[in-house]
Design a protein around this ligand. Structure first.
Ligand SMILES: *Cc1c(COP(=O)(O)O)cnc(C)c1O
Length: 482
């Protein structure tokens, strides 16, 4: 066989990777049917599926030489992936913060995957980079940041926090020999991605100061200042404060403005982790809670939480463009002075990624197709639904509630007339999860076992809160009868 014959033979097979319209139409229609059935049956789907098998049959579809038909792949997807575990698209998912998944984002992903624009660099995809930077500037304005602030669309809040910590580390010139004398301030309620990022950033030997909390589980400013002063006295180098705008556990908001003042006074990097709470800025009347956030050096936001996007979209905002560039650009040293001269900063110069998913499309499409109005309404609705639930359960005989919800997370527990309350509530959460119509999670604060309700999924409305109240009462009655 000549080389030309071999190439032609290979071409015939490799062309299978580029199906024609008939094949595409058939696949499109099957996938659309799948998606429509999924969405149209969400009302009767469970929020949590118990399964002994836990999707193990999926292994039967391991990778082989031969092609498999889409129908059997979708059947397996349904049985082994969608009908197992938590269903984050469900209006009964109130266990954790992220979930939902706006429909136009799927269309945005579809377009981004088809055209496959190289969104890592301005040179290769000026339009795609402009789109992402425009979205980032919108989020900067939302947080009160100056026009020349910058940021990056990340895969999630964890990577956003990592970028903030690495930027601060470089901005403060912390080298190996400085690590054990450098101090980071945070509270026990900080999201664990902060500790994880500290380790990934090579800072595990840094001094971590857990600042005591007030009754609302917010970081105490007086204690923070005391700790900084005492560390300075010891000759240590305080350099980073993490505040949470909405803790994952209870939705508590650390006192942002007073912390900003302390960060400024002692020249520390001030990071606000607003992965959960940040987009509540869209709700009228929430401004006072955000006071001072514009003074932060960096802010983490998570569109796949409170903008209801499907998973895979976070965001870091950094006030000082040069500091972010300094921490992440590579090779292009000679371009450092031209950061401002470039029309748009390339994501590859300000993040760990080079080739990356064109995330902007999945964020831009829903924001433009819907406009901001329904987002504002949905977020305010979630705040009020949480308040509604909190007030109701508080008034129900036998129940105790956690701190007043500042955002859309509430905690409660049942106090049985006899026996151990923690044990009872462990049984209660198990009973609710096994029932599966609504999925809740639990947490422990100071040795007390609490059940958590997180109202973040855009599909949750009043009806689901009433159903939840009924389910809780039903399970408490069943457990009390035993
Ligand atoms: C969810 C969350 C994170 C982590 O974000 P991911 O998108 O899950 O990586 C960080 N901080 C807070 C406060 C969060 O709620």
């Amino acid at each position: 066989m000549t080389m030309i014959d071999k190439i032609k033979e290979l071409e015939k097979t490799s062309q299978l990777l580029d199906p024609g319209q008939d094949q595409r139409d058939q696949w499109n229609s099957e996938v659309l049917d799948y998606a429509n059935t999924f969405i149209n049956t969400l009302d009767t789907s469970k929020a949590f599926y118990h399964s002994e098998e836990n999707g193990k049959s999926l292994y039967k579809l391991d990778i082989t030489e031969e092609a498999t038909d889409l129908t059997s792949l979708l059947e397996s997807t349904k049985a082994n992936i969608d009908l197992v575990g938590i269903n984050p698209a469900s209006n009964g998912h109130m266990g954790y913060i992220p979930g939902g998944g706006l429909y136009p984002s799927a269309l945005g992903d579809y377009i981004a995957a088809i055209s496959n624009r190289y969104a890592g660099a301005f040179f290769t995809a000026p339009g795609a980079v402009r789109l992402e930077n425009m979205l980032i500037r919108w989020m900067c304005r939302l947080m009160g940041y100056p026009e020349n602030a910058i940021g990056n669309l990340t895969s999630g809040g964890s990577i956003a926090n990592l970028i903030a910590i690495v930027t601060a580390r470089e901005a403060y010139g912390i080298k190996a020999r400085d690590i054990e004398n450098s101090v980071i301030y945070l509270s026990e309620q900080a999201h664990h991605s902060i500790q994880k990022a500290i380790r990934i950033a090579g800072l595990s030997e840094v001094q971590l100061r857990y600042i005591p909390l007030d009754k609302g589980l917010r970081l105490s400013v007086t204690e923070l200042e005391k700790a900084i002063l005492s560390d300075k006295e010891k000759g240590l180098k305080p350099f980073f404060i993490n505040a949470s705008f909405g803790t994952t556990n209870t939705g508590a908001i650390d006192p942002i403005d007073p912390i900003a003042a302390i960060a400024e006074k002692y020249n520390l990097w001030f990071h606000v982790d607003a992965a959960y709470g940040g987009f509540f800025k869209l709700v009228a009347g929430m401004d006072p809670k955000f006071r001072g956030i514009e003074k932060a050096d960096s802010i983490t936001l998570d569109p796949h939480k409170t903008l209801f996007l499907p998973f895979g979209t976070g965001c870091i905002l950094i006030k000082n463009k040069e500091k972010l560039f300094k921490a992440f650009h590579y090779l292009a040293d000679y371009m450092q002075d031209t950061v401002d001269a470039i029309e748009e900063v390339s994501p590859a110069d300000i993040s760990p990624e080079l080739t990356k998913h064109f995330r902007g499309m999945r964020l831009w499409l829903p924001l433009k197709l819907f406009g901001l109005k329904p987002f504002r309404a949905a977020l305010q609705e979630k705040l009020l639904l949480t308040r509604y639930f909190y007030d109701k359960i508080k008034q129900t005989e036998g129940f105790e509630v956690g701190p007043e919800p500042e955002l859309s997370v509430a905690m409660f527990r049942y106090i049985p007339s006899g026996g151990d309350a923690n044990e009872f509530n462990k049984k209660l959460i198990r009973a609710i999860q096994t029932d599966g119509r609504i999925f809740l999670s639990s947490t422990t604060v100071d040795g007390i076992f609490w059940i958590r309700v997180a109202v973040v999924i855009f599909r949750i409305h009043l009806e689901q809160m009433d159903l939840l109240l009924r389910i809780i009462q039903e399970k408490v009655d069943e457990l009390s009868d035993k």
